[in-house]
Design a protein around this ligand. Structure first.
Ligand SMILES: [Zn+2]
Ligand SMILES: [Zn+2]
Length: 394
């Protein structure tokens, strides 16, 4: 089959590789119909996530048709499903309390050492996201093996086209959980850093949850315009002093909740961020955390901090003083996707949630490398790229 494989920093290629096979009784094999490139994939593309190996198949946002099922899979051949990017067994302690992204059984034992030493506990399995998270082949391919197919995949009714439901695999639940983690109250003013897909969906979710005011922070004009269309007020951080503006827009008290939808590759011009850029380049592994630092200073005393943006390592000069003295509530983490797929599918079906506005490009799988390049370099206009393995190459 054809698949998008990783070969190093800014080097991804569509190659012919072996077809996936059923390995465990709970597996299913999907024929992929749609798969998206995620902002998190750009961290792999940029080479800042450890544990990648040449030839790894990327892609954690995908859906398709079951073409082979193991004897303990609950799927039937021919069913169309969306698959959560988090691989979860459904039976361990964390799965039982719906903390699916902390599943204890999805990352094979021999892959657990690095994350266990970095984080104190091993990470669980994710599709197409380095050997730190299990080394699973991803779904930017013609076919993909789905472990625990009796737990994760959600069956999609025929009348809902791929474009309407594909984002249930990651970014829609991720944006939703980011807003939920900000525990939004009706009078709240919420600031969201980053108007990429997750930031925009967090804005949409925060508004749906009843936030009085949502403020979007970015510098790409088109992305800020999308945020405005969703109902947010906007700040262009290249033109405006963010902290001053947020103080003014929150009546001088600071915003009630902050959402960092940028993560560790923040563009920033503060001195400490420049130092972090250099350290990251030479492999010391400091995350560039200028957004999180700014958010911690902008949130009001007693406020709420939600971190859906990806961080992987350590951060220099982190404002622990602000964190403690301001009495903040911080919530973060990879999304517990399986918890959200059904309620969000219901919202898509009843028409109360539509995320198709985000899709800017649809490409055949053969053009995946071009998709990565442009999603990285033309972020303003390439807001979301969907790869269609069944689409003929031009
Ligand atoms: Zn993603
Ligand atoms: Zn589990």
């Amino acid at each position: 089959m054809k698949a998008l494989t990783w070969h190093g920093t800014k080097d991804v290629r569509v190659e012919t590789v072996d077809d996936p096979e059923i390995i465990n009784p709970r597996d299913a094999i999907l024929k992929v119909t749609s798969t998206a490139i995620c902002g998190s994939d750009l961290h792999l593309y940029d080479g800042v996530i450890p544990g990648m190996q040449a030839g790894d198949i990327l892609g954690h946002e995908f859906m398709g048709e079951a073409v082979e099922v193991g004897k303990d899979s609950t799927l039937e051949k021919g069913q169309r499903v969306v698959v959560p990017f988090t691989i979860s067994c459904g039976g361990c302690f964390h799965c039982q309390v719906q903390q699916y992204s902390a599943c204890e059984n999805s990352n094979p034992a021999e892959k657990q050492d690095m994350s266990a030493s970095l984080y104190g506990h091993p990470m669980s399995g994710l599709f197409g996201y380095s050997h730190l998270t299990g080394g699973y082949s991803g779904g930017q391919a013609e076919y993909v093996r789905v472990p625990f197919s009796d737990v994760g995949p959600i069956v999609i009714p025929d009348h809902l086209e791929d474009d309407k439901v594909l984002f249930l695999s990651d970014i829609l639940p991720t944006g939703w959980m980011a807003a939920e983690n900000a525990e939004i109250q009706p009078d709240d003013t919420v600031a969201v850093w980053g108007c990429g897909p997750v930031g925009l969906f967090a804005i949409q979710s925060a508004i749906a949850m009843g936030a009085a005011k949502v403020i979007a922070i970015d510098h790409y004009p088109h992305r800020l315009e999308l945020a405005r269309q969703l109902g947010a007020e906007v700040i262009d951080f290249r033109k405006t002093d963010v902290r001053e503006a947020l103080m003014e827009m929150s009546g001088g008290i600071g915003v009630d909740a902050v959402i960092d939808a940028v993560g560790m590759e923040a563009h920033g011009f503060a001195i400490d961020n420049m130092v972090d850029v250099v350290k990251q380049k030479v492999g010391v592994g400091a995350d560039r955390a200028s957004v999180l630092k700014q958010a911690l200073l902008a949130v009001r005393f007693g406020g709420k901090v939600s971190i859906p943006g990806v961080y992987g390592g350590m951060t220099d000069k982190f404002p622990t003083g602000a964190l403690m003295e301001k009495g903040l509530q911080v919530r973060s983490g990879q999304t517990h996707v399986q918890k959200y797929t059904k309620p969000l599918l219901d919202k898509i079906e009843d028409g109360s949630l539509d995320t198709t506005f985000l899709i800017s490009h649809r490409l055949p799988l053969d053009e995946a490398a071009k998709g990565y390049r442009n999603f990285k370099e033309k972020q303003d206009s390439w807001t979301k790229v969907i790869l269609k393995p069944g689409m003929a190459a031009k």
